[in-house]
Design a binder for this molecule. Sequence first.
Ligand SMILES: NC(=O)c1ccc[n+]([C@@H]2O[C@H](COP(=O)([O-])OP(=O)(O)OC[C@H]3O[C@@H](n4cnc5c(N)ncnc54)[C@H](O)[C@@H]3O)[C@@H](O)[C@H]2O)c1
Length: 717
Amino acid sequence: MSVQESIRLSYQGEIALLEFDLIGEKVNKLNTPIMKRLHEVLEEVRTSKARVLIIRSLKQKIFIAGADIEEIKSMTKRDEFEKAVSEGQSIINMIEDLPMPTIASIHGACMGGGCELILACDYRIASDDSSTRIGLPETKLGLIPGFGGCVRLPRVVGVQAALEIILQGKTVVAPKALKMGLIDKCVHQGILDIETMKWANEIIAQGAHKRRKVFQPKNMMNKVLESFLGRPVVFSKARESVLTTTHGHYPAPLRAVDVISKTYGMADRAEALRIECEGFCDLATTDVSRNLIHLFFLMEMVKKQTGLPETSTASAKPVEHLGILGAGTMGGGIAYVAADKGVHVRMKDINNDALARGFKHAYDLWAKLLKRRSINKFEFQQKIDLVTGGLDFAGFGQMDVVIEAIVEDMEIKKKVIAETAKHMRPDAIIATNTSSLSVTEMSKGHPNPAQFAGMHFFNPVHKMPLVEVIRGEQTSDTVVATIFELSKKMGKMPVVVKDGPGFLVNRLLLPYMAEAAFLLNEGMSIEVVDTAYVKEFGMPMGPFALMDEVGLDVCIKVLRIFKKALGARIEMAPCMEALEKTGRLGRKNGKGFYTYNEKGDRSSVDQAVYADLGLKAPHNPLTTKECLERGLFMMINECSAALYEDRIVETPHEVDLAMIMGTGFPAFRGGLLKYADSIGSEYIVDQLESYAVSKGARLKPQNPLRNMAKTKRKFYS
Ligand SMILES: NC(=O)c1ccc[n+]([C@@H]2O[C@H](COP(=O)([O-])OP(=O)(O)OC[C@H]3O[C@@H](n4cnc5c(N)ncnc54)[C@H](O)[C@@H]3O)[C@@H](O)[C@H]2O)c1
């Protein structure tokens, strides 16, 4: 990369133009060499005769994407962070201190360090293009803004709006940024350069004055909350809300509140920035931040992948037309995510009411976006028009891919697949969304099994990012690549897995949920176990709530399938056997381990469930540690076999990505196997050995895990 050429300076009369265009990079990002170059250029501007400086980007849809995360990852010591952050701060200060006014002209993503740079400018103008998004996403990496973002943003948009952006790592589109005062003007992309120049000339004509924008509350309530007396309430509410959602597992948002509350209104800029720098460096050296950065790179890795080994020459085929068999829970969800990304969708069901529910599901989700103004009326209508449906195979000759999402029954699925293939082009693909049946066996229903694969979405489809792309024994490379690419097009995170019971995620989740039922049999209460997993460990929900979500009938059915396939390590607790006769299906019939209100929201544990299952009133004889370890170590144990014996996936990276994206495994722990490495295979094996003696053979450590412990090996070695 030519650093010199990456930031260019030119002059148009009295106007200096500073342009970012990192040579050899898709995006503009801030790292040490670029910051050094920026320093040089600013020095030149400072001593020039220019009366206004414009800062802009020459990249297509990127202003500045933020700091170079690769560089952050490479630093480990506190003094390295301290040096980089304080140098960065002083370079951003140079912009603020230039003798002439500065205008940031923004088109495309303006994140992190990019946003901090524009905050140091006097004026900000942005294009109204949907690619223009401004924000400070640092907390998503376990950090806080370190180049002055915590200090400057509240002064520009007020404390409340600043907390909203920084604590949630949010980005805002230009019209919203204009409304909150983050930018001063918002114009069409086609006239951004002209308008910026016009504005620069006007500023010169008015005497080229610097300005320090100070937030002006818009109403009385705002005024009170932003006042010296009101602010403590705002900060305390912010802390409370962070603790409610994170249970204290994510230190960055709390530190951000701390830094903002200490520095807001502080006259001494150097001291305010020192406090911010200290906060950044404290966080940057934590495991939480390291783990969140690990996750960031896992997601980047998928963006570059094709789903195929490097040796394969196959490539993905474009998918414009998608058929969906079954407009139920999953089919309706899949139709929504595909059409939302511009794919033409046709649903086929055997039941008109199901079709209507499928349409309604998609309609309601878009209506919510319309109400929130995330899309406009035109986009709303465009998306709706992309979904059609019927009871016959009309239009299936045009389909590039058909996703099957009908009842979970091998014989019915095979028959329907054979029938569907008759109506499709020979080069078109059928993918099944089955969660428990063999893809290889099912492919026998297709006249050409090479054109058949698994595409396993998670429920609810619009919220869960993971798609398991399942390669059957005969699935062709082109089909794998096409389904992988289609998943990405639908905004999902695909992971290629081999065919096998439960593929990857369900194979690991089932033993974990089954172990929770044993805890119940041993006298633990549902509340105590679920609360431990949520509050202590950071899971989005506990195993009992999860079983209710999946459906208790489904859990029992799949457990039986697993027992057949995996043998002694899968056992069903007596209370699980008893569950079958109680008519409790979980959320779907409003009756499970929990009760549900009319809207279908989970209310509280159903205290009648213990007697229903033939259990005595719970007396909670086990420690939280044991409850957590037994469930989590079951997953790790099963994973060692799935990874090293059955090669369901190739790397621990894929396991961690799949568990975070498919189950909500706590991101701050870096994934299941990063967590396993943090406690060590020897400890896990020792504990499993002792649980196996007292609680049953299912808990015996598997050979691959045992071998790891013997050689003190980690999953990420
Ligand atoms: N629900 C989940 O949480 C979940 C998650 C992942 C995968 N899956 C899998 O997705 C598939 C569908 O599950 P679901 O929960 O959406 O089921 P569902 O019962 O909500 O929907 C199934 C739909 O298929 C229709 N159907 C049945 N036979 C058909 C046929 N011959 N042609 C066209 N349509 C037909 C039904 O009328 C119904 O509308 C199953 O294989 C299931 O294992 C479900």
